[in-house]
Write a protein that binds this ligand. Sequence first.
Ligand code: NVA
Length: 377
Amino acid sequence: MTSNKTIVNSWNEWDPLKHIIVGRADGTMVQAPEPAAERDWPEHGFPLGTYGLLPEEMEVRANEQLDNFVKILESRGVRVDRPTPVDFSQPVQTPDWKQGSMFGCMPPRDLLLTVGNEMIEATMSYRSRWFEYLCYRPLLEQYFKDDPNFRWEAAPKPRLSDRTYKKDWNIKFNALSKEEQEQTARDEDFITTEVEPCFDAADIGRAGKDLFIYRTATTNRAGVDWLTRHFSNHRIHMVRFLEPAGSHIDASLTLLRPGLALSSYERVPLEPRMKELFKKNDWEIVDCAEPSADGYAPLSFCSRWLSMNTLMLDEKTVCVDAKEVKQMEQLDSLGFEVIPVPFSDVNAFGGGLHCATADVYREGSCQDYFPKQIQGY
Ligand code: NVA
């Protein structure tokens, strides 16, 4: 039975899941070009500079898989809410810029960060995603009415003017060799400048008192700083991985349960101290299994590492994309009950099972899973 009483509360990625938001594929766009995102998919009808709706037959299939995922969650006693899409094909603007289209609302994880009884609407760092919070407002308004303890927050909306982006960064990046591109990750040379705080909620991994924030193209150091000041009762760990132009922690580091995390074996952590912290606290970081795909799926900007983009229902139960057979086998051998969820048709709409969800309520409280800290980390 799902509970009707609304409680906003979630401290980590693994406590028993009771209430969640699952995105929708409706009206998702190959978004119009902007400084932070330029799509160039000539072989699939979207050469550089063009934009438009993702094909209708793809959208239908994605929504079927999302609806099926909702049924699976509900059959496990999880209450599920859905966002309200807006017309993403409309141009949008602020006094600083005009943008040819919005994006979509399949991945609520990108936008909503739940820490305890607080949900923060992230700044986002793409112009096409600046107004995406509107899709979640009907839900957040309702939670605010229903749960007197819910703390509803929005991070300062960034201006995203031309000062927020490095000029011609994409042109320079695209001309680099693979090795040179990797060096940009080591050098933290991403498209965003440090003019104002920017972060996507999906760049944050939650483990009770400790929050792991992935420094990426979507989360700049000012964004890490804003989160550090905001969550002053938490320990904030800025982490980096070898992922050029990277974004979103949940395809590089997946926190599975106390003491166990998965990491993408190609995206090595760039801070040895991160490994040290995990080791000192008896956490094991296991290399994830070989993903099923070789590269990017058609019209998808998400990598094959979506294989590790899993959703925990509790410490022992994990939802995994049904095509990721090796990943399921590995998690099975690590002692989990694995729920296969067909999801590959959703990937082009903005991610995997973790991306497609945002926690509202997991039973549990704020615990310290890393009591032995490392000086200066
Ligand atoms: N941008 C990353 C994370 C996706 C969830 C990737 O494509 O692997």
